[in-house]
Design a binder for this molecule. Structure first.
Ligand code: ADP
Ligand code: ADP
Length: 238
């Protein structure tokens, strides 16, 4: 469903490549953790997959079509059906849980819609369902800034859910959370993944989380793939 062909990224003024000739294929139903130390290339990799970043060399094939040949409007459409969650949540702190989740619904147009309250009953109902499914029933009108880290990430996940994603990408979504909360978030992600039949790819630097939840681990070092396989095998390598 997503194929990376010889993907390299070189940032301007950088001495080394952030990604070096990555060749990987990802299929619907896979729950993948991308492991690597800070600077290994994990964020750059995730950004290449949803078209936020164009590789310096190589190409990403998304459902059979090259991302390189897509217009900005087409890329936006792909991103609209790609759920993204982030280390620092990327929510709007002063807005309510409901308003934040609704911003997932129409991408960049939604902030305008939020202001003038134009969301339909159906859209609000879909947002309610998403909020319920991440365990935040009753928190709809609470301001996001009043929530705990774990609750904020649940809002982030609900916002991704209303995008009806086929692919869910996470850039260190539990790096700011304590271990117990991180496990709760991973349990939620894994259940969601199984229920919806997603392709899920999450950056982590915690090997234990990858072992517990992923079907496949990809380890990056200095922009190169140093391991790709089942998590149990990864331990054997160390
Ligand atoms: P993390 O390790 O949590 O991914 P980073 O510090 O690597 O965070 O990156 C944070 C942000 O800074 C990212 O948006 C990344 O693109 C940018 N960034 C990282 N390294 C550099 C750099 N050498 N020059 C400019 N921007 C950078
Ligand atoms: P990770 O997510 O694993 O921490 P990144 O993808 O953020 O890794 O970074 C990979 C490499 O690219 C690092 O050496 C980082 O400093 C560099 N880098 C990341 N973003 C930028 C940027 N915007 N400009 C220049 N260098 C960057």
């Amino acid at each position: 469903m997503i194929e990376c062909k010889n993907v390299s990224v070189t940032y301007p003024n950088a001495h080394t490549k952030a990604l070096q000739a990555i060749d990987l294929t990802f299929k619907k139903g896979e729950f993948i953790c991308v492991l690597g130390k800070s600077g290994a290339g994990k964020s750059t990799f995730i950004r290449c997959l949803n078209g936020l970043q164009t590789p310096t060399e190589g190409d990403v094939i998304y459902n059979g079509q090259s991302l390189r040949k897509r217009s900005e409007a087409e890329l936006r459409k792909i991103r609209q059906h790609t759920g993204m969650i982030f280390q620092h949540f990327n929510l709007i702190p002063r807005l309510s849980v409901m308003q934040n989740v609704l911003t997932g619904m129409f991408g960049s147009r939604s902030s305008f819609k939020n202001l003038i309250g134009l969301f339909t009953k159906e859209e609000k109902s879909a947002a309610h369902d998403a909020i319920r499914s991440v365990g935040l029933d009753g928190f709809e009108n609470r301001r996001v800034e009043q929530l705990s880290g774990g609750q904020k990430q649940r809002v982030g996940i609900a916002r991704a859910l209303v995008q009806q994603p086929a692919v869910l990408l996470g850039d260190e979504p539990v790096a700011s959370l304590d271990p117990g909360t991180a496990n709760q978030i991973f349990t939620l992600l894994r259940n969601m993944h199984d229920d919806l039949g997603l392709l899920t790819m999450i950056n982590v630097h915690d090997l234990e989380l990858a072992k517990k939840y992923a079907d496949r681990v990809i380890a990056l070092k200095d922009g190169q793939v140093i391991f790709d396989g089942p998590p149990a095998m990864f331990g054997d390598l160390e």
